[in-house]
Design a binder for this molecule. Sequence first.
Ligand SMILES: Nc1ncnc2c1ncn2[C@@H]1O[C@H](COP(=O)(O)OP(=O)(O)OP(=O)(O)O)[C@@H](O)[C@H]1O
Length: 340
Amino acid sequence: MITVEHLSKEFKAAVPKEGRLAGLRTLFSRDYKVKEAVRDVSFTIERGEFVGYIGPNGAGKSTTIKMLSGILHPTAGEVRIAGMSPHRERRSVARMLGVLFGQRTQLWWDLPVRDSFDILAAMYGVDEEKKLRRLAELSELLALKPFMATPVRKLSLGQRMRADIAAALLHDPDILFLDEPTIGLDVIAKRSIREFLHSINRDLGKTILLTTHDMDDIEKLCSRVIVINDGRLGFDGTTDGLRRRIGLPTIIHVTYRSLVSPLIDGQFNPDGWPGQTAAEAQERQWPLRLTASDGQTLTVECNRDQLSAMEALRLLEQLGEIEDVHMEEPDFEEIVHRVY
Ligand SMILES: Nc1ncnc2c1ncn2[C@@H]1O[C@H](COP(=O)(O)OP(=O)(O)OP(=O)(O)O)[C@@H](O)[C@H]1O
C-alpha cells in the first residue's frame, strides 16, 4: 500500500550573521548549512496495518509524513502510495489519503465546524448525499453534534481534534497519516480518540501511520513500530520485537507458602537450581537474577529472550509451593528511550 525507498530530505538554512543589521545580512547571505532531516529511509506498509512512527524531537517524523503526503518533495528516494507518486499524481493520491497534523488545524478558524466540512467536501469532490451520510456517521462516532455550529476558535482542544479527525476522514480515504492526534489531550479525550482509531483500523480496514510521543498510544494501537532517530531508521518491527531487542527484564515477584531456601548470603544457591545440570550450575548460568528477598517473597529478573514466563514459573515452582505471582513487564516508554 505504501512503499518508501531510500527516502532522504535535506533542508538548506542560511547561516545567521552576527553584528550590525544581522537579520538583513542573513537574508542576503549565500552561506548555507545543510540539515539532513531524513536519511535513506526505506519501509513498506501493507493494507490494513496500524504502524507507529516514532522518534525523539527533530528526528524527521513530520518531514517523512509531509513527503508521504506530497506536501514536500524528497531530495532523493521515492514514495509510492498504491503505486502512485504523491508528488506527481497528487490529486489521485489525495483522494486516498487523510492527513492530520495535531499541532495545526486544517479547519477554518472563524467558521462554524459545519462550514469547514462543506468546504472540504467541495474540495474533495464529495457529493451532497455522500457528504451528509459521512457527516452523520462521523458525527455519531466522534460526538460532533453539540459543536457543529460553533466556530473552530471556540472549540476545546479535544473537540477541535475530533473535528480535525472527521475532516481527515470526510472523503473516506483508505490511508490515514496522523501526526500527534492526541497531543495535549486529557486522559478521557485521549481514550475516546484511541478507541475511534482502533475501530476504524479493525472494522473498516483503514491503513494508519501514526506519529506520537505518547508511548501509550503506540502500545495500545500499533502492532508494528518504526523508529527514526536523527533522520535514520533505527528499528522496524513489532512492539514485542522492540521489547526483545532492548532486552529489559520482566520482573517477577513470587510469594511462597513455604520456601525451600534457595538462598545463600542473599544470592541463589551457587550449587544451582533444582533441575539445573551440574555443568550449567558450574558455569553459573543462572536463568533468573535475584534482586530482592523479603521473608516468603522473592523478586527476580527474567530476561524473556532466554526464558519464557512459563519456563521461569516452572523453575520458581521448584523452590517451594507458590502462593501468589505478580509480573511486571518493562515499561514501554523506558524501552523506547533506550532505542533513542
Ligand atoms: N522547513 C525546514 N527548514 C529547515 N529545517 C527544517 C525544516 N523542517 C524541519 N527541519 C529540521 O529537520 C529536522 C527534522 O524535523 P521534523 O519536524 O521532521 O522532526 P520531528 O521528528 O517531526 O520532530 P518533533 O517530534 O519535534 O515534531 C529538525 O532538525 C528540523 O529543525
